[in-house]
Design a protein around this ligand. Structure first.
Ligand code: NI
Length: 227
């Protein structure tokens, strides 16, 4: 399932994140790649332990935590600290699958990457190319969103970033472990959640059928969630 989260960051938050990361020291993007991705990846990113990445990452994490859409779609258990990258001058990231298990260097924090997310930080009119192209069962989806919007997609999917041929594309990217490992199960919960909310709006929160369906949602989550 691919979920777009409009306005994850407000315009003032995008500006704050950019003010933190733009003057920071950028390094070769292959710092976080596995051997196979390293062959395909050409970009720069902030070091994981840089102060700018930590401070800007905290803003992104805070925004994710307050997004009801993100929480309902991803059912997050653990989120890897957000990282930041920049593509320009023809840089691209060829087709790859994200590493299954992420370990934070120098700590015992680890997670299984069920979902990947990208938060767009540049105005799409300010650069050419830079689409995030994601393959799923229904074919390819090309995603290029306004600054502050995010996309969440299965980390297991083949995906790539098209070459940026004009301007620069700034982004934040992160991986997360979901309480519900299986993408299909997560999708059913999402559909049910949306259905229950629609029914609650039409019939009222206290309607007996709405209460019963809300119970089904929670009991499925109880059955499928690992916490
Ligand atoms: Ni990737």
């Amino acid at each position: 399932m691919l979920t777009i989260i409009p306005d994850l960051l407000r315009a003032d938050e995008v500006a704050r994140v950019r003010a933190l990361i733009e003057p920071a020291e950028w390094v070769d993007g292959n710092a976080t790649s596995g051997a196979q991705s390293a062959l395909a990846k050409r970009n720069v990113q902030l070091p994981e332990d840089s102060t700018a990445a930590r401070e800007a990452g905290a803003l992104v994490l805070d925004a994710l935590g307050r997004s009801a859409l993100f929480v309902a779609a991803a059912l997050p258990l653990k989120v890897f600290p957000p990282l930041f990258n920049r593509y320009e001058g023809g840089q691209a990231f060829g087709t790859h699958v994200d590493t299954a298990v992420r370990i934070r260097r120098g700590s015992d924090f680890r997670l299984r990457a069920d979902l990947s997310a990208t938060v767009f930080l540049s105005d799409p009119d300010s650069y050419d190319g830079g689409e995030l192209v994601i393959e799923d069962a229904f074919g390819e989806r090309s995603v290029k969103l306004p600054a502050g919007h995010a996309v969440v997609y299965p980390a297991s999917s083949l995906h790539r970033v098209a070459a940026v041929t004009r301007g620069a594309r700034l982004g934040s990217f992160l991986w997360l472990q979901s309480m519900v490992r299986d993408d299909g199960a997560r999708r059913i919960l999402w559909e049910l959640d949306q259905g229950v909310q629609g029914a609650a709006q039409a019939l009222g929160q206290g309607d007996a059928a709405v209460v019963r369906l809300t119970g089904v949602y929670h009991n499925l989550l109880r059955r499928w969630a690992d916490v």
